[in-house]
Design a protein around this ligand. Sequence first.
Ligand code: UD1
Ligand code: UDP
Length: 366
Amino acid sequence: MKFTIVLGTRPEIIKLSPIIRVLEKTNIDWNIIHTNQHYSENMDKIFFDELNLPKPKYNLGIGSGTHGEQTGKMLIKVERVLLKEKPNVVIVQGDTNTVLSGALAASKLKIKIAHVEAGLRSFDRNMPEEINRVLTDHISDYLFAPTDIAKNNLLREGIKENKIFVVGNTIVDATLQNLKIAEKNENVKKFFNTLKNNGDYFLLTLHRSENVDNKKRLKNIIEGILYLTKIYDEHIIFPIHPRTKKRLEEFNLLNKLKNNEKINIIEPVGYLEFLMLEKNAKLILTDSGGIQEEACILKTPCITLRDNTERPETLSVGANILVGDDKEKLINAVNIMLNKNRNWENPFGDGKSGEKIVKILIDKNK
Ligand code: UD1
Ligand code: UDP
């Protein structure tokens, strides 16, 4: 029995880490193919180091590019490795171009596909991630849905129930495992000492293509954020995704943020630092998928700068509000969320998803 994990971006490394940790304790033959969709040290290597993960057996060096170019190059190179390694199962997680190419390469070679975090739907086909999710789910053999909502999305699309396993989301495992480490970590303490803030702060992240590649939308969001600094005392800590930095520069918006003394733009940080930033924030403002989940798990109120979410569980438990790029909705949501009782339930499982997934894959491939 052999498993191959195909990963390529920051959230995949984080959300697959609990599965990797379980696999390391078994005697199964397994390996990692890294497409290097993310390659900057603080989007990639830092996570392998901090999470103490083994080096990938293969680094494909794909890097950035247009969707077709990036996905196509990955397909060619992943196929070559799969032909050599001949695994029984390819494991992918999430909705990136890496996920689609890994799944497609496996499917053409008739290798079984395990999709971790299957069944998420924003019902917005303008998002590249929505296309990647739908296509990957429909060619997968083992669909690891985090919740019943995700399972029902798959059933509605005609996917057979015996392929679907509701196991929670591995982000709970990753959050709980690493929070304990982060709380005691000296480097994290040092990092907090370097941060410019006056006690309480809001945490901001932004990187969705529909937000940052659209000048008008990005401008609206930035204006909303700048307005918040006028009415609240809190600083805003903004670990900036490389895509967003590039666009803000291109659209002449970066200096507006940099010139505001309450906005603290920092480079992307490691997972331990980021978990503590999330835990201690008064509010999280984000368009990230994983961060909506982590905020919910860590009981920090979240405001999502999108019109929809594939994580509706966070809305129904009261941990998250959608505001799109609308300034009025943003201000209203901040008022609501600052007064929120943080006693909601975590809908994403018990932190044992990694173990459950590996057990099912072993049982099914005996
Ligand atoms: C990708 C995923 C997105 C996921 C996000 C996680 C797709 C279609 N998108 O978006 O779903 O939420 O990762 O962060 O797969 N760049 C660097 N260094 C890096 C990586 C990227 O500088 O290590 C810059 C490059 O200018 C690049 C841009 O960021 O062109 C975008 O990178 P890309 O991997 O295409 O998409 P993400 O926005 O990171
Ligand atoms: N994250 C991090 N450092 C940062 C920003 C985010 O470690 O500076 C982590 C965060 O904790 C979460 C993941 O990256 O687990 C989310 O990645 P991202 O927002 O890039 O992608 P998405 O989840 O939207 O696909």
